[in-house]
Design a protein around this ligand. Structure first.
Ligand SMILES: [Zn+2]
Length: 460
């Protein structure tokens, strides 16, 4: 099913982002599983199972050998690399709850904690401050070549993930490849993009940071949120903290969100008159705010097959105000004139490097399955069958600097095959929920809260 035009299309993509692909001599089973298949969602099941076992086994052995914290965790669960022989053994790999990545101490010990969850030896870092903030610690790590990033919850407790450059490259390549293959044949290097996320170069929020590759995949990218977004700012907005400082933040947030919407509309007006391809990538609520304004003014565009929308970061926390994903697509088609086949949502998380993407035919979330194994668990953390609701977990071979065998706080339902298209791998139903008792989270949610005062009014 992988035709020649598609092969050429992906070959061009690999050339365009070649700096994210290590030289072949250095490839591990993880690289084989990610870089070799021309389409991560159309690998014959038998081949994919073999790649999945090899890559996850490689990664598990690596963490067991080089991460003392995880090794101890596995010993407590009586599981070692010698117990991982067949495909069915994969489900026995000890899984870490996502809360583990939030359970860090404050102050200088934070750097020590980060060192403990890191696999291998950390680069030497210098922290100049006596009482460093989180961002000062993260920036010190990142100045030494790492790509530490975070997401957070409504309580303001962040999830920190210590990626090294190698893992970061795998993650970025994976997200770009996943989206560009699903949106075939829209992508081309000369297209124009708008990033509806914080500038990757100025934020440690993962949803922003992972978009670094957007600037390499296409030549011209505008950024909607071009200021430095710190954990402190996120903490204030996420925790709904009262007081002068957050009021000032909200005042600027309101003005900035109005300005941002106007600028995006100006960009759309400009490209309305060109014949170039365009792509809007990022937080769905920003596109919603743009469409709301256009609709209010009785305006619309007709970009047709030269326009695409890829959303990510989650709608999860948009409760009450949220636009169902299907409704969102209808609006995009009506107001921007972009067909539904080119309006795709992405589901991923700061802890993982697997990116589930809508198929253009049915808008089910297809999971990569050559280097990443999605799982659905019951309350005792045992895998449940296809078609049953449960907690989302995953075995992620691409996480090389931290153990990527993680249970999330999301509730999902997985199907063995897509009910609509003919791609062979597993899918998640498009509506993702938070498991009961879990705090609301999502990278888009952080960004939304920061800009929300005004946008929220427009949504009701
Ligand atoms: Zn499908």
């Amino acid at each position: 099913m992988v035709n020649q035009d598609y092969q050429d299309y992906m070959k061009r993509f690999d050339q365009q982002v070649s700096k994210y692909i290590p030289s072949k001599e250095a490839w591990t089973p993880v690289d084989d599983a990610l870089y070799t298949p021309p389409d991560l969602f159309r690998i014959p099941l038998k081949d994919a199972a073999e790649m999945q076992l090899n890559s996850i086994k490689y990664s598990f052995t690596h963490h067991y050998t080089h991460n003392r914290t995880y090794q101890k965790f596995c010993q407590d669960h009586s599981f070692s690399p010698a117990d991982l022989k067949t495909y069915d053994d994969l489900e026995k790999i000890p899984l870490i709850p996502d809360t583990f990545f939030k359970d860090y101490p404050l102050g200088k010990d934070f750097a020590l904690w980060l060192g403990n969850i890191f696999t291998g030896s950390l680069p030497r870092i210098v922290i100049k401050q006596a009482h460093p903030t989180f961002d000062e610690v993260i920036n010190a790590f990142n100045a030494s070549g790492m790509a530490v990033a975070y997401s957070s919850g409504t309580s303001g407790r962040h999830t920190f993930i210590p990626r090294d450059q190698r893992t970061f490259c795998l993650s970025e390549y994976a997200v770009a490849k996943s989206v560009i293959s699903m949106i075939y044949p829209l992508w081309e290097p000369s297209m124009h993009g708008y990033l509806l996320m914080p500038n990757p170069k100025k934020t440690n929020v993962y949803a922003g940071k992972v978009c670094t590759i957007y600037f390499d995949a296409i030549q011209d990218v505008r950024v909607a949120i071009d200021r430095d977004i710190s954990t402190e700012l996120i903490r204030m907005t996420m925790s709904g903290q009262k007081g002068l400082k957050s009021t000032v933040v909200k005042y600027f947030a309101k003005r900035e969100s109005e300005k941002m919407v106007s600028e995006i509309i100006r960009w759309l007006e400009y490209h309305d008159k060109t014949n170039e391809k365009i792509a809007l990538v990022g937080a769905p609520f920003i596109i919603s705010a743009v469409m709301k304004r256009l609709d209010h003014d009785g305006r619309s565009f007709d970009f047709g097959d030269r326009g695409g929308v890829a959303t990510g970061g989650g709608w999860k926390a948009y409760e009450g105000l949220r636009v169902p994903v299907a409704e969102f697509r209808t609006q995009v088609e009506k107001i921007l004139g972009i067909p539904q086949k080119f309006c795709l949502d992405i589901y991923g998380m700061v802890e993982g490097n697997g990116w589930m993407v809508h198929c253009p035919e049915g808008h089910y979330l297809h999971s990569p399955y050559s280097y990443y194994k999605p799982l659905v668990l019951d309350d005792e953390y045992h895998p449940v069958g296809y078609g049953e609701w449960g907690r989302f977990a995953f075995l992620d071979a691409a996480a090389l600097s931290y153990p990527g065998f993680i249970v999330s706080g999301d509730k999902v339902r997985m199907l063995e095959h897509c009910p609509v298209c003919d791609r062979p791998g597993p899918v998640l139903e498009p509506e993702i929920k938070r498991a009961a008792g879990e705090e609301i989270r999502g990278c888009a949610e952080e960004v939304r809260r920061m800009l929300s005062v005004d946008l929220k009014k427009g949504e009701t």
